[in-house]
Design a protein around this ligand. Sequence first.
Ligand SMILES: Cc1ncc(COP(=O)(O)O)c(C=O)c1O
Length: 400
Amino acid sequence: MSILADSLSRVKPSPTMAMTGKAAELKAAGRDIIGLSAGEPDFDTPENIRKAGQEAIETGKTRYTAVDGIPELKQAICEKLKRDNGLSYTPQQISVGTGGKQTLYNALMATINPGDEVVIPAPYWVSYPDMVLLAGGTPVIAEATLENDFKLTPEQLEAAITPKTKWFIFNSPSNPTGAGYNHDELKALTDVLLRHPHVWVMSDDMYEHLAYGDFKFCTPAEVEPALYDRTLTCNGVSKAYAMTGWRLGYAAGPVELIGGMRKIQSQSTSNPCSISQYAAIEALNGPQDYLAKHNEMFVRRRDLVVSMLNEIDGVVCPTPEGAFYVYPSIAGLIGKTTPNGTVIENDEAFATALLEEKDVAIVFGAAFGLSPNFRVSYATSDEALKEACTRIQDFCAALT
Ligand SMILES: Cc1ncc(COP(=O)(O)O)c(C=O)c1O
């Protein structure tokens, strides 16, 4: 009999981390791999934030803290939510955890009873369904389409809701598509939620600051204040401030829910890293000017990748509003064969063959719940992106 718990058989390891690991392995073995699979910015944490972390170490801020965050950080988060999102929260309504991932996990663990359903639009961030499964709930996947720019329609949301629905998970701009809902698109979804008072909203705003061109970020509790009492607004410093390794995320919501999340965290990891908490205060309170500079760079890279991928026969790549991902369809390539004799039966076969034959690591769409597609993370240098897209073009041109 296995030592492992039955609950573990319900979940799979993160496919994005698996792909990144495979690419790293091949690179270590001497292959000229270009990795487009990791979901993190390629630049360093800004200097003022690094300094705040160093100062925390030097001034002895290295002990246990309050379980779900120090008061100064909670205050900075309240001010951020007011400033950027027009949302009023008190520090008792804030939960700080070890990355955005932990706060989402805590919220699901604190609220899901067996049989509870969670509506998740696909394509989705890989961890949502598995976290719901681990918590004992049932993910209900509502598939957005390429034709609707990977955004869920109000009709689709309405159809997915049942009396058992506990949460609707909303993520804009999205990982893996980069799709961002504008005010009217989001209002159409919140109007549906108003008709279903038993459904709570978990808004994952992790890519808030990575919003391009005319697109203006908005979040459900801001667009529909009547949802405030049943919304958990989740965010973090990982992506905007290039702090993925510091592991610091936060959420804002009703006191009862925040208390439940604290209870879970108090019996698992306790406080997030004290040093990271002080660095996060600087991230939120300090200068924000580099966000616009980074976005300029990301827009240039997005446009480069979208145009090079759209040059390929059989590939369709929409231009997303935010984040640092594109999610092209490869419907026109399914059934073709590579020079090595591999049949592209699905997007997983495409990703595997591309890595083996052209040394480019991407993540296949099935991992995100919508096929046949693949995800490119363009958070890497222009040169690497050009070379990778040229290799993808050559790979596709050689298919017969
Ligand atoms: C949509 C989304 N939410 C949450 C997270 C988790 O971020 P963190 O690194 O802060 O745990 C990620 C990271 O990839 C993400 O893409």
